[in-house]
Design a protein around this ligand. Structure first.
Ligand code: PGA
Length: 255
């Protein structure tokens, strides 16, 4: 059975209390969680994550890094810093960073490379804005964003990344893409990835994912997991979402 990958993106939210609460809830849930869970956290919570998630059953990581490994970049953190603390993943190119911090495709590509140098998994976000979808430019936009990252990656490195398709209009709006819309984009992203490596990296869907819609999304052939913002900040909702995701994976493998 292929385990779905569930990535929580707390953004600039949460607290140590919430992290403790979430970890406790997963412990109660027992060991048969059929999903792989990664919590991407604000940096001030990294040391608590390291302590609480020592067993490695749940992984953790960051939401952004600088593309350099060190230097005079006040306020920034680097991929090797996350790796040194035991973090395993980092989001790069989230649309909030592309828009709010003017991150270009090239910057995102450099950040993905910084993650790979430090041996952590970049979760590379791509996604179209509403007007781009309305102008029928979805595929053009997501392919351009992905190509910028994968063009100069050797196949062995490409297989180490995770891609997340997050339509910008679906983020934080309660208006998720339909499973069919997600499938359509995922399948062309996978075709593109397949031109450069044998084993396509996982492609996640993100944008208003909740416990109630996760199973339908994961029922699609090319949706390998989900990136979850708001619903990852409510312990009961997120634990339920992960449980439903695991059940859907069992259903998928039963045919
Ligand atoms: P959302 O956020 O689940 O709150 O829509 C997803 C994301 O931005 O990664």
């Amino acid at each position: 059975m292929k385990q779905p990958l569930i990535v929580a993106n707390w953004k600039m939210n949460g607290s140590e209390l919430l992290l403790r609460d979430l970890v406790r809830a997963f412990e109660h849930q027992g060991p048969d969680l059929a999903a792989q869970v990664v919590l991407t956290l604000p940096a001030p919570f990294f040391s608590l994550a390291r302590a609480l998630l020592e067993s490695g059953e749940i992984s953790w990581g960051g939401q952004n890094i600088h593309w350099q490994d060190e230097g005079a970049f006040t306020g920034e953190i680097s991929a090797p810093m996350i790796a040194a603390m035991g973090g395993t993943h980092c989001i790069v190119g989230h649309s909030e960073r592309r828009q709010g911090w003017a991150e270009t495709d090239q910057v995102v590509a450099s950040k993905a490379q910084a993650c790979l140098r430090a041996d952590i998994t970049p979760i590379v976000c791509v996604g179209e804005r509403l007007e781009e979808r309305q102008q029928d430019k979805t595929m053009e936009v997501v392919k351009r964003q992905l190509e910028a990252v994968i063009t100069n990656l050797a196949p062995a490195l490409l297989e180490k990344i995770v891609v997340a398709y997050e339509p910008v209009w679906a983020i934080g709006t309660g208006q998720e893409a339909t499973p069919e819309m997600a499938q359509e984009v995922h399948s062309s992203l996978k075709k593109l990835l397949g031109t450069q490596c044998l084993q396509s990296p996982p492609v996640l869907y993100g944008g208003s994912v909740k416990a109630d819609n996760v199973a339908a999304l994961l029922a699609m052939d090319d949706v390998d997991g989900v990136l979850v913002g708001g619903a990852s900040l409510v312990t009961e909702e997120f634990v339920r979402l992960c449980a439903y995701a695991g059940e859907q994976a069992k259903n998928n493998s039963n045919g």
